[in-house]
Every structure is written in C-alpha cells, then in structure tokens.
Write a protein that binds this ligand. Sequence first.
Ligand code: GDP
Length: 179
Amino acid sequence: IPEYAFIGRSNVGKSSLINMLTSRKSLAKTSGRPGKTQLINHFLINKNWYLVDLPGYGYAKVSKSAKKTFQKFITQYFALREQLVSAFVLVDIRHKPQLIDLEFMQWLGQNGIPFSIIFTKADKLRPKAIENHVAEYKNILLETWEEMPNYFITSSSKDIGKEDVLVYIDELNSNMKLN
Ligand code: GDP
C-alpha cells in the first residue's frame, strides 16, 4: 500500500491538517502543546493509501535527547521507506522561509525522496501576503532546485486545500497502478 509522509516543524498545524484530510476530528489529536506527536502513526485512508504522521522537527523547547530521538525516527523511516511515494513538508505560510525547513527539503532532495510543500494556516494571511510569501519561497528554492516543488495552500480551520491534496494523492496512486 502506497504511503505519503507528512512532516514539519512542531506546531506547524500537522495534526489539524491530518484531521482535515481524514475528516475525522478525533483521529490525530491536536494540542497547544508543541512536540506532542512523538511516534510515527499510520492512518489507512480509503483503504488504499497510508498517511504517515512523522514526528515534528526543530522545536526549540524539547530537550537535545528528544530531538535526537525524533531525528532517529525520521531518518530511519526515510531510510526504509519501501512504500513511500512522496513526502509532504508542511510550512507555516506566515513565516518567511526558515533555514530548518529549507535544510530539510535539501536533505530530502539529496536522498532522492520526492516531496511537495504544504503551506498551512492560510486563513491567517491576506491573499496578497500569501502570494508574497510563496514568491519568497520560490526565489530561495530556485537557487538550488531546477523548479519549484509542487505546493499546496491550506487552512485546516477554514477547510481550504483539502481536495487539492487528496486529488493529487489519488492521481499519484493511479499513476502507480498504471506503471
Ligand atoms: P502540530 O503540532 O503541527 O500537530 O500542530 P497542531 O495541528 O496541533 O496546531 C498547532 C496550533 O496551530 C493549534 O493551536 C491549532 O489550533 C493552530 N492551527 C492549526 N492549523 C491551523 C489553521 O489552518 N489555521 C489557524 N488559524 N490555526 C491553525
């Protein structure tokens, strides 16, 4: 069964996004307490793909050893990744491009792991500001990448972007069946 891995900094809105995508409010617990998602969870969606919930990275307030443990889980997951089709790197649309996210995308690229970007919390910015922030990402990413990775603009609280992500995954799934 194909897998899609969701990852980002703690507090980026990953649990909320997963809840939106799965339409089950209680599935992945959200909390105001960052760094709470500690282990890797698999959610079977439509009986034909797994949504893999990876631990958040880069939250300043967790201990060094916790960070290392998270990193170990993440690298081990990607090292095996037998069923992984693509990763989704979540970034908060409100922030300017952050080194930690850029480095993580770089790392995925170096390891040959396909990924898309999911911008979260789009309800917090006006459309013009969203455009500007995406353009900044494009500028920075195009310094190292030949093209801008596929990206999605989402808001879990306003239910934005859900279909885009789900349709994209369905397309990848049917492409895999054809091949
Ligand atoms: P996680 O740590 O990445 O799993 O993030 P959560 O899903 O727990 O969300 C972290 C915080 O951001 C919570 O206070 C959420 O209510 C808030 N949040 C998440 N998604 C959105 C969104 O789309 N819009 C807004 N305004 N807030 C959000």
